[in-house]
Design a protein around this ligand. Structure first.
Ligand code: ZN
Length: 254
Protein backbone atom coordinates (compact mmCIF):
# COMPACT_ATOMS: atom_id res chain seq x y z
CA UNK A 1 0.00 0.00 0.00
CA UNK A 2 1.38 3.39 -1.00
CA UNK A 3 0.52 6.40 1.16
CA UNK A 4 1.40 9.88 -0.08
CA UNK A 5 1.74 12.34 2.80
CA UNK A 6 0.06 15.57 1.71
CA UNK A 7 0.06 17.55 4.97
CA UNK A 8 1.80 17.33 8.32
CA UNK A 9 0.78 20.55 10.08
CA UNK A 10 -1.46 21.26 13.02
CA UNK A 11 -4.41 23.67 13.04
CA UNK A 12 -2.16 26.73 13.51
CA UNK A 13 0.69 25.91 11.15
CA UNK A 14 1.96 28.63 8.81
CA UNK A 15 4.47 26.24 7.26
CA UNK A 16 2.55 23.09 6.51
CA UNK A 17 -0.74 21.87 5.11
CA UNK A 18 -3.26 20.29 7.46
CA UNK A 19 -2.44 16.71 8.36
CA UNK A 20 -3.69 14.52 5.53
CA UNK A 21 -2.70 11.86 3.01
CA UNK A 22 -3.64 10.06 -0.18
CA UNK A 23 -3.82 6.26 -0.04
CA UNK A 24 -3.55 4.27 -3.27
CA UNK A 25 -6.25 1.60 -3.05
CA UNK A 26 -7.01 -1.10 -5.63
CA UNK A 27 -10.02 0.98 -6.74
CA UNK A 28 -8.34 4.38 -6.82
CA UNK A 29 -6.96 7.09 -4.58
CA UNK A 30 -8.46 7.62 -1.13
CA UNK A 31 -7.99 10.95 0.62
CA UNK A 32 -7.65 10.84 4.38
CA UNK A 33 -8.93 14.25 5.41
CA UNK A 34 -9.35 17.29 3.26
CA UNK A 35 -7.71 20.44 4.69
CA UNK A 36 -8.03 23.93 3.27
CA UNK A 37 -5.82 24.48 0.21
CA UNK A 38 -6.27 20.78 -0.55
CA UNK A 39 -5.53 20.99 -4.28
CA UNK A 40 -2.25 22.79 -3.61
CA UNK A 41 -1.35 20.20 -0.96
CA UNK A 42 -2.05 17.35 -3.38
CA UNK A 43 -0.11 19.00 -6.23
CA UNK A 44 2.90 19.80 -4.09
CA UNK A 45 3.03 16.25 -2.70
CA UNK A 46 2.71 14.89 -6.25
CA UNK A 47 5.63 17.03 -7.43
CA UNK A 48 7.85 16.27 -4.43
CA UNK A 49 7.27 12.52 -4.64
CA UNK A 50 7.11 12.16 -8.42
CA UNK A 51 3.88 10.23 -7.84
CA UNK A 52 1.30 11.92 -10.06
CA UNK A 53 -2.22 12.26 -8.69
CA UNK A 54 -5.05 13.63 -10.83
CA UNK A 55 -7.49 15.23 -8.35
CA UNK A 56 -10.44 13.76 -10.27
CA UNK A 57 -9.06 10.29 -9.52
CA UNK A 58 -9.61 10.92 -5.81
CA UNK A 59 -13.19 9.70 -5.61
CA UNK A 60 -13.18 8.57 -1.98
CA UNK A 61 -12.63 10.94 0.92
CA UNK A 62 -12.40 9.72 4.50
CA UNK A 63 -13.21 12.55 6.88
CA UNK A 64 -11.92 11.83 10.38
CA UNK A 65 -13.61 14.83 12.03
CA UNK A 66 -14.90 18.34 11.45
CA UNK A 67 -12.06 20.55 12.70
CA UNK A 68 -11.17 22.97 9.91
CA UNK A 69 -7.62 21.76 9.43
CA UNK A 70 -9.11 18.40 8.45
CA UNK A 71 -12.25 19.36 6.52
CA UNK A 72 -11.67 22.90 5.17
CA UNK A 73 -11.17 21.71 1.57
CA UNK A 74 -14.51 19.92 1.18
CA UNK A 75 -16.15 22.91 -0.51
CA UNK A 76 -13.39 22.97 -3.14
CA UNK A 77 -13.70 19.24 -3.83
CA UNK A 78 -17.51 19.34 -3.94
CA UNK A 79 -17.59 22.23 -6.40
CA UNK A 80 -14.70 20.78 -8.44
CA UNK A 81 -16.41 17.45 -9.08
CA UNK A 82 -19.81 19.00 -9.78
CA UNK A 83 -18.80 21.90 -12.01
CA UNK A 84 -15.24 21.31 -13.24
CA UNK A 85 -15.25 17.61 -14.13
CA UNK A 86 -13.89 17.19 -17.67
CA UNK A 87 -16.18 15.67 -20.27
CA UNK A 88 -19.48 16.37 -18.53
CA UNK A 89 -20.40 19.22 -20.93
CA UNK A 90 -22.33 21.35 -18.48
CA UNK A 91 -23.91 18.37 -16.72
CA UNK A 92 -23.00 17.74 -13.07
CA UNK A 93 -19.93 15.57 -12.64
CA UNK A 94 -19.80 12.40 -10.52
CA UNK A 95 -20.14 12.70 -6.74
CA UNK A 96 -17.15 11.64 -4.66
CA UNK A 97 -17.93 9.33 -1.76
CA UNK A 98 -17.60 10.92 1.66
CA UNK A 99 -16.82 8.38 4.40
CA UNK A 100 -17.19 9.49 8.02
CA UNK A 101 -18.76 8.50 11.32
CA UNK A 102 -22.56 8.94 11.18
CA UNK A 103 -22.53 11.85 13.64
CA UNK A 104 -19.89 13.59 11.51
CA UNK A 105 -21.93 13.10 8.33
CA UNK A 106 -24.99 14.48 10.15
CA UNK A 107 -23.28 17.81 10.78
CA UNK A 108 -21.02 18.21 7.74
CA UNK A 109 -23.70 20.14 5.85
CA UNK A 110 -23.91 22.69 8.69
CA UNK A 111 -20.39 23.75 7.73
CA UNK A 112 -20.92 23.64 3.98
CA UNK A 113 -24.49 24.88 3.49
CA UNK A 114 -23.92 28.66 3.68
CA UNK A 115 -21.48 28.39 0.77
CA UNK A 116 -23.02 25.51 -1.18
CA UNK A 117 -26.81 25.35 -0.73
CA UNK A 118 -27.51 27.73 -3.62
CA UNK A 119 -30.21 29.57 -1.67
CA UNK A 120 -29.28 32.94 -3.21
CA UNK A 121 -30.01 34.73 0.05
CA UNK A 122 -33.50 33.25 0.45
CA UNK A 123 -34.53 30.61 2.96
CA UNK A 124 -34.98 28.02 0.21
CA UNK A 125 -31.91 25.86 -0.23
CA UNK A 126 -31.48 24.40 -3.70
CA UNK A 127 -28.76 21.90 -2.85
CA UNK A 128 -27.95 19.52 -0.01
CA UNK A 129 -24.96 17.43 1.02
CA UNK A 130 -26.10 14.63 -1.30
CA UNK A 131 -25.98 17.04 -4.25
CA UNK A 132 -22.19 17.06 -4.02
CA UNK A 133 -21.16 13.93 -2.13
CA UNK A 134 -22.34 10.37 -1.63
CA UNK A 135 -22.42 10.05 2.17
CA UNK A 136 -21.01 6.70 3.33
CA UNK A 137 -21.05 5.99 7.08
CA UNK A 138 -17.99 4.51 8.76
CA UNK A 139 -18.78 1.93 11.44
CA UNK A 140 -17.21 2.25 14.88
CA UNK A 141 -15.73 -1.20 15.48
CA UNK A 142 -16.85 -2.40 12.07
CA UNK A 143 -15.42 -2.55 8.57
CA UNK A 144 -16.49 -0.96 5.30
CA UNK A 145 -15.03 -1.19 1.79
CA UNK A 146 -13.40 1.96 0.45
CA UNK A 147 -11.89 1.73 -3.04
CA UNK A 148 -11.05 -1.93 -2.48
CA UNK A 149 -9.57 -1.39 1.00
CA UNK A 150 -11.09 -2.62 4.25
CA UNK A 151 -11.49 0.39 6.52
CA UNK A 152 -12.19 -0.07 10.21
CA UNK A 153 -12.96 2.94 12.40
CA UNK A 154 -12.61 3.54 16.12
CA UNK A 155 -13.70 6.66 17.98
CA UNK A 156 -10.92 8.67 19.63
CA UNK A 157 -10.94 11.07 22.55
CA UNK A 158 -10.71 14.53 20.95
CA UNK A 159 -13.59 16.73 22.13
CA UNK A 160 -15.72 16.20 19.01
CA UNK A 161 -16.59 12.96 17.19
CA UNK A 162 -13.35 11.73 15.61
CA UNK A 163 -12.36 8.43 14.01
CA UNK A 164 -9.03 6.62 14.02
CA UNK A 165 -8.60 4.24 11.08
CA UNK A 166 -7.17 0.92 10.04
CA UNK A 167 -6.94 0.92 6.23
CA UNK A 168 -6.09 -2.56 4.93
CA UNK A 169 -5.20 -3.15 1.30
CA UNK A 170 -4.04 -6.34 -0.45
CA UNK A 171 -0.40 -5.93 0.55
CA UNK A 172 -0.32 -3.82 3.71
CA UNK A 173 -2.26 -2.02 6.40
CA UNK A 174 -2.06 1.62 7.49
CA UNK A 175 -2.97 2.71 11.02
CA UNK A 176 -4.09 6.33 11.34
CA UNK A 177 -4.58 7.77 14.82
CA UNK A 178 -6.26 10.95 13.60
CA UNK A 179 -6.50 13.59 16.33
CA UNK A 180 -6.62 12.09 19.79
CA UNK A 181 -5.53 12.37 23.38
CA UNK A 182 -2.88 9.83 24.32
CA UNK A 183 -4.65 6.50 24.55
CA UNK A 184 -2.54 3.33 24.96
CA UNK A 185 -5.60 1.20 24.12
CA UNK A 186 -5.97 3.06 20.83
CA UNK A 187 -2.27 2.53 20.09
CA UNK A 188 -2.74 -1.16 20.83
CA UNK A 189 -5.64 -1.26 18.34
CA UNK A 190 -3.50 0.54 15.74
CA UNK A 191 -0.77 -2.08 16.18
CA UNK A 192 -2.81 -4.37 13.91
CA UNK A 193 -1.34 -2.27 11.08
CA UNK A 194 2.09 -2.40 9.44
CA UNK A 195 2.75 1.31 10.01
CA UNK A 196 1.08 3.71 12.43
CA UNK A 197 0.76 7.38 11.50
CA UNK A 198 0.18 9.06 14.86
CA UNK A 199 -0.55 12.65 15.74
CA UNK A 200 1.79 14.59 17.98
CA UNK A 201 -0.20 17.75 18.61
CA UNK A 202 1.36 18.66 21.97
CA UNK A 203 -1.73 20.58 23.19
CA UNK A 204 -5.04 19.90 24.94
CA UNK A 205 -6.98 17.03 23.33
CA UNK A 206 -3.78 15.90 21.59
CA UNK A 207 -0.88 13.51 22.24
CA UNK A 208 2.53 14.75 23.36
CA UNK A 209 5.90 13.38 22.30
CA UNK A 210 6.65 12.70 25.99
CA UNK A 211 3.57 10.48 26.15
CA UNK A 212 4.56 8.63 22.99
CA UNK A 213 8.04 8.16 24.45
CA UNK A 214 6.51 5.95 27.17
CA UNK A 215 5.55 3.35 24.55
CA UNK A 216 7.74 0.27 24.09
CA UNK A 217 10.49 0.54 21.49
CA UNK A 218 8.82 -2.05 19.24
CA UNK A 219 5.75 0.19 19.06
CA UNK A 220 7.68 3.42 18.47
CA UNK A 221 9.70 1.78 15.72
CA UNK A 222 6.64 1.23 13.53
CA UNK A 223 5.23 4.71 14.20
CA UNK A 224 5.61 7.93 12.18
CA UNK A 225 4.35 11.29 13.43
CA UNK A 226 2.48 14.32 12.11
CA UNK A 227 0.32 17.22 13.35
CA UNK A 228 3.26 18.68 15.31
CA UNK A 229 3.20 22.45 16.01
CA UNK A 230 5.62 24.65 14.06
CA UNK A 231 7.18 25.85 17.32
CA UNK A 232 7.70 22.40 18.86
CA UNK A 233 11.33 21.41 19.52
CA UNK A 234 13.03 18.65 17.50
CA UNK A 235 11.64 15.27 18.33
CA UNK A 236 13.62 12.57 20.12
CA UNK A 237 12.95 9.20 21.74
CA UNK A 238 13.58 7.41 18.43
CA UNK A 239 10.39 8.96 17.08
CA UNK A 240 10.30 10.15 13.48
CA UNK A 241 8.30 12.98 11.91
CA UNK A 242 6.76 12.60 8.47
CA UNK A 243 7.49 15.09 5.69
CA UNK A 244 5.06 16.44 3.12
CA UNK A 245 5.57 14.70 -0.21
CA UNK A 246 6.91 11.54 1.46
CA UNK A 247 5.65 8.35 -0.16
CA UNK A 248 5.25 5.56 2.40
CA UNK A 249 5.43 2.10 0.93
CA UNK A 250 3.67 -0.01 3.52
CA UNK A 251 4.00 -3.76 3.12
CA UNK A 252 2.94 -6.50 5.48
CA UNK A 253 5.74 -8.75 6.74
CA UNK A 254 3.78 -11.89 5.96
ZN1 ZN B 1 -8.83 18.03 15.56
Amino acid sequence: MDVLITGTGDAFSSRHHGSSSLVRGPGGWIAIDCPGGVLRAWREASETSGCHVDPFEVQDIILTHLHGDHCGGLETIGFMFRYMHPGTEGEPGPRPRLHALPEVLERTWERLAPAMDGSRGTSSPVHELETYFEPCPLIDGGTVDVAGCRVEARRTSHGIPTAALLVAGPDGCLGWSSDTEFDPELVNWLMASDCIVHECGEGPKHTTSDELATLPEEVRSCMRLMHRPDSAPPIGHGLSLLEEGELLRIRSDA
